[in-house]
Design a protein around this ligand. Structure first.
Ligand code: IPE
Ligand code: IPE
Ligand code: MG
Length: 227
């Protein structure tokens, strides 16, 4: 079976999952955070080297403050709890997004985990947090201008993105029945296979991961060539 090197997850449907159960949206986020453990472990066990999680988009600031705060709180807890497992898998943490707007408690947790894992080179957990692809690309362009570079290759350009050193995304998984990318890894996913499932993120399990991987295995990646 061909295994993708880099899988991106658009973890969508937490709110609807909670609503179906008559619970507040934050309850859905809590269950969604629980689902991350099994999915990321499942990826590493299946020898997927890079996992990207869309945790909070630049557009998600428009949500009520309590919900935003709860998401950040859950992420800090997730990182704290997951550090040991990251070390066990020899995976480094990478954050895609502008950390400067995040609460201090979360940034502290992030920095701690990065410090403990940044010597690992084989596996990566990339969390897209306060992330949007367009902002990322424009930021890259501005940094290139600042450095006075006048001509750049695609390969060099990708080093200015938050995902520098990561391979291109092979597979994007989006849960909850939406079929859009919502500003997630647009440059990195230029040739990714896109898998959409109706399963809501809190219900996304290792079994669901396997379904996505079997589907991916069946894709014929032509990259513009003919068969
Ligand atoms: C995804 O679930 C989590 C984040 C965007 C942080 P949603 O909160 O978007 O859940 P729905 O789409 O409203 O069901
Ligand atoms: C995408 O989900 C962002 C994350 C999963 C963090 P949204 O729920 O914010 O996306 P839209 O608004 O439905 O496109
Ligand atoms: Mg959503």
């Amino acid at each position: 079976m061909k295994i993708p090197k880099h899988v991106g997850f658009i973890m969508d449907g937490n709110g609807r999952w909670a609503k179906l159960r008559g619970k507040p949206r934050t309850f859905g986020h809590q269950k969604g955070a629980d689902a991350i453990y099994n999915v990321v472990n499942g990826c590493y066990k299946r020898d997927i080297k890079a996992v990207s999680l869309y945790a909070f988009s630049t557009e998600n600031w428009s949500r009520p403050k309590e919900e935003v705060d709860k998401i950040f709180d859950l992420l800090a807890k997730f990182l704290k709890k997951y550090t040991k497992t990251l070390i066990k898998h020899e995976a480094r943490l990478n954050i895609s997004g502008d950390k400067s707007q995040l609460p201090e408690r979360l940034v502290k947790e992030i920095d701690k985990v990065i410090e403990k894992t940044n010597h690992f080179t084989q596996k990566t957990l990339n969390i897209a947090l306060n992330y949007g692809s367009r902002t990322e690309i424009v930021r890259a362009v501005n940094n290139i201008i600042k450095e006075g570079v006048s001509d750049i290759s695609e390969e060099e350009f990708s080093k200015y993105l938050y995902t520098a050193n990561l391979p291109d995304v092979d597979l994007i998984v989006r849960t909850s029945g939406e079929s859009r990318l919502s500003n997630f890894l647009l440059y990195q996913s230029a040739y990714a296979e896109l898998y959409f499932t109706d399963v809501l993120w809190p219900d996304f399990s290792e079994e669901e991961l396997d379904k996505a991987l079997v589907w991916y295995d069946g894709r014929d990646r032509r990259y513009g060539n003919i068969k």
